[in-house]
Design a protein. Sequence first.
Length: 220
Amino acid sequence: MKTASDIPSVSCPVCRNKAPKRFVTVGEREYWSCSICEARFLDPAQKPQSKQEYAHYLLHENDPDDPRYRKFLSRLCGPLLEALDGSLLGLDYGCGPGPALAMMLQEAGHSVEIYDPYFFPDAKLLERTYDFITCTEVVEHFHNPAGQFEKLDAMLRPGAWLAIMTCFQTDDARFADWHYRKDPTHVVFYRESTMRWLAENRGWSCKIPIKDVALMRKPG
C-alpha cells in the first residue's frame, strides 16, 4: 500500500494545479497532463540543465537573412502587424542567437528590443514595459511558465499584445512519436485551450489567427 510519501509531489507548471495526472512514459522521460489548463509537461525532476540547453541551442540555424526562416516567422509576424497600430515599442523575448523576428518588425517601422537569457542577457530590458512582446518557439522551453507569464504580464503596458508561437499539442495517441516532444529542451506542451486558459486567467483577450499562433491582449 502506497503512503503519501510514495506519491510524487508534482504541480502543473502552467496553472499550478496540484493534482495533474500521469500521462505517458517515453523511454526514461515521464510526462504529466493537467485537467485544468490541458497542458502536457515533462516531469520536473527530468528538466535539462542550463549547459545542456545552451549546447542544444547552438545547433539551431536561425539566420535572420534566411528567406525560409523569415517565411516561418511570418506566420506570427503577419497577424501581429495587422493588430498593431502606429510605430510601437516591442520586446522579442527569447530571441535566440539570430533575432530575425525583431528585424522583420523593425523593417515594418517598430522599435524592438531583444532579450535572451543565453545570447542577449540584458536583464535591464525586463524592467521596462512594452506595447507588444513576442515569444516565438520559446514558451515550450519555460521551466516555470506560470512565473514567466507573470513576468510577461508585468512588462505589458495597458492594451499591449503578447504574441506566442509554439506547436500546439493535439493528439495524445501520437505524443510519443511527435517531433516536438523529441526536442530535449522542450518541457511544456500547450494546446489551443491552454492558450485560452492563460489569457482568461489574466483577463486578456485571445485570438488564434492561425494554427500554433496565439495573439493575446492585455486590457487597455
